[in-house]
Design a protein around this ligand. Structure first.
Ligand code: ADP
Ligand code: ASP
Ligand code: MG
Length: 406
């Protein structure tokens, strides 16, 4: 049975007037689809405001209570949308993550959805209701505490529900009308893509393109669910995120992403011995720090330098742990820098075309942008640069790879 799953993001439900518009759109769609599940984010900046309130109480608030707090924004928008639908004569019901059967592991703030038990959703749909589910939240399987699944996670909630309801498509409504070659707010010449492969979208999302939550793309790929990213405010066709096979690749680069809020740590003069890197990075992993780019210099006088990046919000923890492990391993010192950005080019087309990385480096160099670290995979090249030059880097690379042209 077809059940349409639609996710509306924060700005799409950012005011009562916008919620009314979402409700009208859902009602119009009922003419084509009897069964509709709507996943909502919190209104506008609500989650940021909740995060800020917690920050006024403690630098490291109790994780259980933190999740109990920051998950509440979604309850508000879900209840308001359901109420609006009912007032317009459309039967509807709002369900929290718990009521919708969204089960996660026990990690607060970045929980992973393990399973969805969709019986309640199915029952309400069978009764002819539109079901509104709060994105971003679930409960852990062990003691039913409320968990959240990472900032921007409502996209993932929607895709996971689409999978649990055996659907092959999920609609993501947002404040842009699709996925662009880069953030259209940063580069005026950014072009909307009609379609993009899961792998490219996953790289772009992981590398900073906020339009989709990376885990949402991963779950979509695993379950063969096509994502349709489109505008909440107009009815134009958006971007289809799907398997690559039918697509013809004629450009080496499909898109560019920028991740601000990165930080860099360097362990200077660490002894060049087997097991040292293993010790450093396993200590960081045990502390729950996600390390991104890693570079080790060549050995000089029996020691070398290990440099790596982390996101800025993990910098304080990372710095503490790194200093401890550096002292234990008799390194000279640890240097830190919290003004780093990462710019990345992504494209399956670069697999078959040599020289793409060199073109990127030359372009950055010509524009006075110094490269601090480099990482590559088959379909992406990333450079750590100074944060102040992030937007410039996106703009010059967009022009270099002619992404403004068909
Ligand atoms: P929502 O609240 O609907 O989830 P987000 O703010 O999380 O919306 O994501 C949409 C935003 O993503 C856009 O407003 C845009 O600025 C940004 N963005 C970043 N990269 C891209 C891209 N490549 N294509 C489209 N939008 C992008
Ligand atoms: N409201 C949550 C956030 O702001 C989840 C989401 O918007 O997807 O991160
Ligand atoms: Mg989002």
């Amino acid at each position: 049975m077809t059940t349409v799953v639609k996710k509306f993001g924060g700005s799409s439900v950012g005011s009562i007037e916008r919620i009314q518009r979402v409700a009208d759109r859902v009602i119009a769609d009922r003419k084509n689809n009897a069964r509709i599940v709507v996943v909502v984010s919190a209104m506008g900046d609500t989650t940021d405001e909740l995060v800020s309130m917690a920050g006024q109480i403690s630098e490291s608030p109790d994780p259980r209570e933190y999740d109990a707090l920051i998950s509440t924004g979604e309850n508000i928008s879900a209840a308001l949308l359901s109420m609006t639908l009912i007032s317009k004569g459309q039967p509807a019901i709002s369900l929290s993550g718990m009521q919708a059967g969204v089960m996660t592991d026990g990690r607060h703030v970045k929980a992973k959805i393990l399973d969805v038990k969709p019986q309640r959703i199915e029952k309400e749909l069978d009764e002819g209701k539109v079901v509104i589910v709060t994105g971003f939240q679930g409960i852990n399987t062990k003691d039913f505490n409320i968990t959240t699944i990472g900032r921007g996670g409502s996209d993932t909630s929607a895709v996971v529900l689409a999978a649990a309801l055996n659907q092959s498509e999920c609609e993501i409504y947002t404040d842009v009308d699709g996925v662009y070659t880069t953030d259209p707010r940063m580069e005026k010449g950014a072009r909307k893509l009609t379609e993009i492969s899961y792998d490219e979208m996953l790289e772009l999302a992981s590398l900073g393109a906020k339009v989709l939550h990376p885990r949402a793309v991963e779950v979509a790929k695993e379950n063969g669910i096509e994502l349709h990213v489109r505008s909440s405010f107009e009815s134009s066709e958006g971007t289809r995120v799907k398997e690559a096979s039918s697509m013809e690749v004629n450009k080496p680069v499909t898109g560019i992403a920028l991740k601000k809020d990165e930080a860099k740590l360097s362990i200077i003069h660490i002894p060049d011995q087997p097991g040292v890197a293993g010790k450093v990075f396993s200590t960081l992993a045990d502390a729950g720090v996600n390390v991104d780019m890693i570079v080790q210099s060549t050995e000089q006088d029996g020691s070398n330098t290990i440099t790596f990046t982390v996101s800025k919000d993990e910098y304080a923890d990372a710095s503490k742990v790194t200093n401890e492990v550096a002292t234990a391993l008799k390194a000279a010192k640890v240097d830190g820098d919290t003004t780093i950005a990462k710019v990345s080019i992504v494209g399956v087309g670069m697999i078959s075309k040599p020289g793409i990385a060199a073109r990127m480096f030359n372009c950055l160099g010509k524009n006075g942008i110094n490269i601090q670290l480099i990482t590559t995979s088959e379909i992406k090249v990333s450079c750590a640069i100074d944060e102040s030059q992030g937007e410039l880097a996106v703009q010059v690379l967009h022009a270099e790879f002619e992404l403004d042209r068909e």
